[in-house]
Design a protein around this ligand. Structure first.
Ligand SMILES: Nc1ncnc2c1ncn2[C@@H]1O[C@H](COP(=O)(O)OP(=O)(O)OP(=O)(O)O)[C@@H](O)[C@H]1O
Length: 347
């Protein structure tokens, strides 16, 4: 569980107190003003900053079974890092190790410069988790949950918090009566209150409708733009493609691809596909293409490392031959193709 707030509510804990990382200042009562939801701060160049979290040669075993095998990554403030893979690939074990729940059997992890297994107290203030399981008390209302969190952390709510996650109309509803998607949004709202330096987002959009999913993407992007380093696990490849600054794919405990979307898909073949009728003479085109042409009934597919050139040749051949191309689609290699290539399935 992370946190929440009711807009305009006074915090029961308005007694002043410990300055929390991420808070922007103190009000008259000494209560920390939580960050505004829309940061206008220009993030510094991430390359110049020390990693927010990292793994070096990380190896974790359950008995004799190696679940995570010499995994390396390093993520800087302001970056969204998507960790993808098949069921059982080792993602959860990796995240749990970053949370300090496992001690590595080999290598090390660091979160904000510390060993999370040794310094969980510091991380509990500076890192937040939004997960598949929420820890909310079912009998409290959304507003009460917000006030409880606010009191615990002596923070004033950012204005518009519940509107931001689309829960303003549910503030008087018991948490136990919220839908699964609404609980996820409450979880996300709480994570916004003290703007963590690191956010571990474990499948944050599973079960959300398309509009809520996009809203969550916007919020995660906003957090990252304000300097939060985000670890995102997801089975939605489109989510990783749209959101992540860097992507890593795990398979059977190992990282099999890592980099920006462009880097990890750079070596993949592009495809051009469509249909034609009646069946034309393909031979002149086949002689010109740098890629390969496959035919099935009236459908064709060109697989190529030279998309632009081969698309041009296809269109010229069609114009010369009087062939009408139906449902023409041209696309670069995608994450989906990469999963297929490495023999994994995104689930
Ligand atoms: N407590 C445990 N004891 C023994 N084996 C475990 C334990 N927890 C996980 N494993 C095994 O470790 C491997 C990695 O599991 P993990 O949960 O990290 O994978 P994952 O990538 O998160 O999968 P999913 O997408 O299904 O959540 C799996 O083969 C799993 O069965």
């Amino acid at each position: 569980m992370t946190n929440v707030i009711a807009i305009g509510d006074e915090c029961p804990g308005d007694r002043g107190g410990t300055a929390l990382p991420g808070a922007s200042g103190t009000g008259d009562s000494g209560v920390m003003e939580a960050n505004t939801l829309h940061s206008t701060t220009t993030a510094p160049d991430p390359a110049a900053l020390p990693p927010a979290f990292s793994a070096r040669g990380l190896t974790v075993r359950y008995g004799s079974f190696t679940a995570v095998d010499t995994v390396d990554f390093s993520v800087r403030p302001g970056q969204i890092f998507a960790l993808l893979g098949t069921n059982g690939a080792g993602k959860t074990t990796t995240v749990e190790t970053l949370l300090g729940l496992h001690r590595p059997h080999g290598g090390q992890v660091r979160v904000l410069g510390v060993d999370p297994a040794a310094d969980r107290r510091r991380l509990s203030r500076e890192a937040a988790v939004i997960g598949q399981e929420t820890g909310f008390a079912e009998d409290l209302t959304v507003a009460e949950t917000v006030r409880l969190w606010c009191g615990l952390h002596r923070l004033r709510p950012p204005s518009g918090l519940l509107e931001k996650v689309g829960l303003d109309h549910r503030s008087g509803i018991r948490v136990g009566a919220l839908s699964g998607g609404e609980k996820r949004r409450l979880d996300l709202a709480l994570a916004l209150v003290n703007r963590p330096k690191v956010l571990f987002a474990d499948e944050p959009t599973t079960g959300l409708d398309p509009a809520s999913r996009k809203q969550t993407w916007k919020i995660l992007r906003g957090l990252a733009d304000g300097g939060t380093a985000v670890l995102l696990t997801t089975h939605y490849l489109e989510e990783a493609e749209r959101l992540a600054d860097r992507i890593a794919i795990m398979n059977a405990g190992r990282l099999v691809a890592s980099g920006t979307l462009a880097e990890i898909t750079a070596g993949l073949q592009a495809t051009v596909s469509g249909a034609v009728s009646p069946r034309p003479d393909w031979r002149p085109l086949q002689g010109e293409l740098s890629g390969s042409l496959s035919l099935e009934g009236k459908e064709f597919r060109i697989t190529t490392g030279a998309l632009q050139d081969d698309l041009h040749r296809l269109l010229q051949w069609a114009a010369r031959s009087g062939v009408e191309l139906e449902g023409l689609e041209a696309r670069q290699g995608s994450l989906d193709d990469l999963f297929t290539t490495i023999g994994t399935h995104a689930g």
